[in-house]
Design a protein around this ligand. Structure first.
Ligand code: S3P
Length: 168
Protein backbone atom coordinates (compact mmCIF):
# COMPACT_ATOMS: atom_id res chain seq x y z
CA UNK A 1 0.00 0.00 0.00
CA UNK A 2 1.21 3.48 -0.83
CA UNK A 3 1.77 6.29 1.63
CA UNK A 4 -1.10 8.40 0.26
CA UNK A 5 -3.69 5.67 0.20
CA UNK A 6 -6.40 7.82 1.82
CA UNK A 7 -9.02 6.60 4.22
CA UNK A 8 -10.56 3.15 4.29
CA UNK A 9 -14.34 3.46 4.56
CA UNK A 10 -16.31 0.43 5.66
CA UNK A 11 -19.93 0.25 4.52
CA UNK A 12 -22.57 -2.45 4.77
CA UNK A 13 -25.74 -3.39 6.62
CA UNK A 14 -26.15 -2.87 10.34
CA UNK A 15 -24.65 -5.80 12.15
CA UNK A 16 -22.37 -6.91 9.30
CA UNK A 17 -19.29 -6.38 11.48
CA UNK A 18 -17.95 -3.02 10.26
CA UNK A 19 -16.85 -1.87 13.71
CA UNK A 20 -15.16 -5.11 14.76
CA UNK A 21 -13.51 -5.61 11.38
CA UNK A 22 -12.56 -1.92 11.32
CA UNK A 23 -10.85 -2.05 14.71
CA UNK A 24 -8.89 -5.12 13.73
CA UNK A 25 -7.93 -3.56 10.39
CA UNK A 26 -6.84 -0.28 11.99
CA UNK A 27 -4.70 -2.19 14.48
CA UNK A 28 -3.05 -4.25 11.75
CA UNK A 29 -2.34 -1.19 9.59
CA UNK A 30 -1.46 1.06 12.53
CA UNK A 31 -4.08 3.60 11.48
CA UNK A 32 -6.57 5.52 13.64
CA UNK A 33 -10.04 3.99 13.87
CA UNK A 34 -13.15 6.16 13.62
CA UNK A 35 -16.67 4.92 14.28
CA UNK A 36 -19.03 7.49 12.75
CA UNK A 37 -22.05 6.41 14.82
CA UNK A 38 -19.99 6.78 18.01
CA UNK A 39 -18.88 10.25 16.91
CA UNK A 40 -22.48 11.28 16.29
CA UNK A 41 -23.48 10.02 19.74
CA UNK A 42 -20.61 11.92 21.38
CA UNK A 43 -21.36 15.13 19.53
CA UNK A 44 -25.12 14.98 20.15
CA UNK A 45 -24.66 13.56 23.65
CA UNK A 46 -27.41 11.09 22.82
CA UNK A 47 -27.80 7.47 21.72
CA UNK A 48 -28.64 6.93 18.03
CA UNK A 49 -31.95 5.44 19.15
CA UNK A 50 -32.88 8.65 20.96
CA UNK A 51 -31.81 10.84 18.03
CA UNK A 52 -34.13 8.82 15.77
CA UNK A 53 -36.97 8.91 18.29
CA UNK A 54 -36.70 12.59 19.20
CA UNK A 55 -35.55 14.24 15.97
CA UNK A 56 -36.33 11.71 13.23
CA UNK A 57 -34.34 9.97 10.53
CA UNK A 58 -33.98 13.02 8.26
CA UNK A 59 -32.19 14.95 10.99
CA UNK A 60 -30.00 11.92 11.73
CA UNK A 61 -29.02 11.66 8.04
CA UNK A 62 -28.03 15.34 8.01
CA UNK A 63 -25.70 15.05 10.98
CA UNK A 64 -24.38 11.74 9.68
CA UNK A 65 -23.39 13.42 6.39
CA UNK A 66 -21.82 16.35 8.23
CA UNK A 67 -19.80 14.00 10.43
CA UNK A 68 -18.65 12.00 7.42
CA UNK A 69 -17.55 15.13 5.58
CA UNK A 70 -15.71 16.41 8.60
CA UNK A 71 -13.83 13.16 9.19
CA UNK A 72 -13.10 12.57 5.49
CA UNK A 73 -11.70 16.05 4.95
CA UNK A 74 -9.94 16.76 8.23
CA UNK A 75 -8.68 13.53 9.76
CA UNK A 76 -5.42 11.89 8.79
CA UNK A 77 -5.79 8.61 6.87
CA UNK A 78 -8.02 6.42 9.04
CA UNK A 79 -10.21 3.36 9.00
CA UNK A 80 -13.74 4.80 9.12
CA UNK A 81 -16.66 2.58 10.02
CA UNK A 82 -19.87 4.12 8.66
CA UNK A 83 -23.51 3.63 9.61
CA UNK A 84 -25.39 1.28 7.31
CA UNK A 85 -27.31 4.11 5.67
CA UNK A 86 -24.29 6.15 4.60
CA UNK A 87 -24.63 5.01 0.97
CA UNK A 88 -28.16 6.45 0.70
CA UNK A 89 -26.69 9.83 -0.17
CA UNK A 90 -24.96 10.34 -3.48
CA UNK A 91 -22.90 13.11 -1.93
CA UNK A 92 -21.68 10.83 0.87
CA UNK A 93 -20.59 8.28 -1.71
CA UNK A 94 -18.75 10.94 -3.69
CA UNK A 95 -16.89 12.17 -0.60
CA UNK A 96 -15.86 8.65 0.37
CA UNK A 97 -14.64 7.80 -3.11
CA UNK A 98 -12.75 11.09 -3.41
CA UNK A 99 -10.92 10.62 -0.13
CA UNK A 100 -10.27 6.90 0.03
CA UNK A 101 -11.25 3.32 -0.67
CA UNK A 102 -14.75 2.10 -0.02
CA UNK A 103 -15.10 -1.46 1.23
CA UNK A 104 -18.48 -3.18 1.42
CA UNK A 105 -18.37 -5.57 4.37
CA UNK A 106 -20.82 -8.27 3.36
CA UNK A 107 -22.46 -10.65 5.76
CA UNK A 108 -25.39 -12.89 4.98
CA UNK A 109 -28.65 -11.20 6.02
CA UNK A 110 -29.88 -14.28 7.94
CA UNK A 111 -26.74 -14.34 10.10
CA UNK A 112 -27.23 -10.65 10.77
CA UNK A 113 -30.84 -11.16 11.86
CA UNK A 114 -29.83 -14.12 14.07
CA UNK A 115 -27.02 -12.45 15.94
CA UNK A 116 -27.29 -8.68 16.00
CA UNK A 117 -28.21 -6.61 19.06
CA UNK A 118 -31.57 -5.31 17.92
CA UNK A 119 -32.13 -2.96 20.85
CA UNK A 120 -29.36 -0.62 19.81
CA UNK A 121 -30.59 -0.24 16.26
CA UNK A 122 -33.80 1.67 15.66
CA UNK A 123 -34.41 0.28 12.18
CA UNK A 124 -33.91 -3.32 13.27
CA UNK A 125 -36.52 -2.99 15.99
CA UNK A 126 -39.09 -2.99 13.21
CA UNK A 127 -38.44 -6.70 12.65
CA UNK A 128 -36.68 -9.20 10.44
CA UNK A 129 -38.84 -8.63 7.37
CA UNK A 130 -38.13 -4.94 7.47
CA UNK A 131 -34.39 -5.65 7.65
CA UNK A 132 -34.59 -7.90 4.61
CA UNK A 133 -36.50 -5.21 2.75
CA UNK A 134 -33.97 -2.53 3.69
CA UNK A 135 -31.19 -4.78 2.46
CA UNK A 136 -32.92 -5.41 -0.86
CA UNK A 137 -33.48 -1.69 -1.29
CA UNK A 138 -29.85 -0.90 -0.53
CA UNK A 139 -28.04 -3.78 -2.18
CA UNK A 140 -27.41 -1.90 -5.41
CA UNK A 141 -26.16 1.13 -3.52
CA UNK A 142 -23.63 -0.94 -1.56
CA UNK A 143 -22.58 -2.71 -4.74
CA UNK A 144 -22.39 0.41 -6.87
CA UNK A 145 -20.53 2.57 -4.37
CA UNK A 146 -17.77 0.22 -3.24
CA UNK A 147 -14.32 -0.38 -4.66
CA UNK A 148 -14.24 -3.86 -3.11
CA UNK A 149 -16.72 -6.26 -1.52
CA UNK A 150 -15.37 -8.35 1.33
CA UNK A 151 -17.08 -11.34 2.92
CA UNK A 152 -17.29 -11.34 6.69
CA UNK A 153 -18.40 -14.95 7.02
CA UNK A 154 -15.50 -16.35 8.96
CA UNK A 155 -13.44 -14.61 11.67
CA UNK A 156 -13.04 -10.85 12.14
CA UNK A 157 -9.34 -11.31 11.68
CA UNK A 158 -9.75 -13.01 8.30
CA UNK A 159 -12.11 -10.31 7.07
CA UNK A 160 -9.53 -7.67 8.01
CA UNK A 161 -6.82 -9.67 6.22
CA UNK A 162 -9.00 -9.88 3.11
CA UNK A 163 -9.28 -6.10 3.06
CA UNK A 164 -5.53 -5.73 3.38
CA UNK A 165 -4.94 -8.09 0.48
CA UNK A 166 -7.32 -6.33 -1.91
CA UNK A 167 -5.80 -2.96 -1.09
CA UNK A 168 -2.22 -4.08 -1.73
C1 S3P B 1 -28.43 2.62 10.26
C2 S3P B 1 -27.38 1.92 10.76
C3 S3P B 1 -26.80 2.20 12.10
C4 S3P B 1 -27.06 3.65 12.52
C5 S3P B 1 -28.50 3.95 12.40
C6 S3P B 1 -29.06 3.76 10.99
C7 S3P B 1 -28.96 2.27 8.91
O1 S3P B 1 -25.40 1.97 12.07
O2 S3P B 1 -26.29 4.54 11.74
O3 S3P B 1 -29.17 3.14 13.30
O4 S3P B 1 -29.75 3.03 8.35
O5 S3P B 1 -28.56 1.21 8.38
P1 S3P B 1 -24.73 0.50 12.02
O6 S3P B 1 -24.72 0.08 10.59
O7 S3P B 1 -23.35 0.75 12.53
O8 S3P B 1 -25.54 -0.36 12.90
Amino acid sequence: MGVDMGHIFLTGMMGCGKSSVGKSLAYKLDLPFIDLDARIEERQKKAINDIFAESGETFFREIESAELKNAARHEPDSVISCGGGIVLSEQNVRIMRETGNVIWVYRDIDSIIDTVDIQKRPLLKEGAERVRKIFEERRERYEGSCHFKINNDDTIDRAAERIISVLK
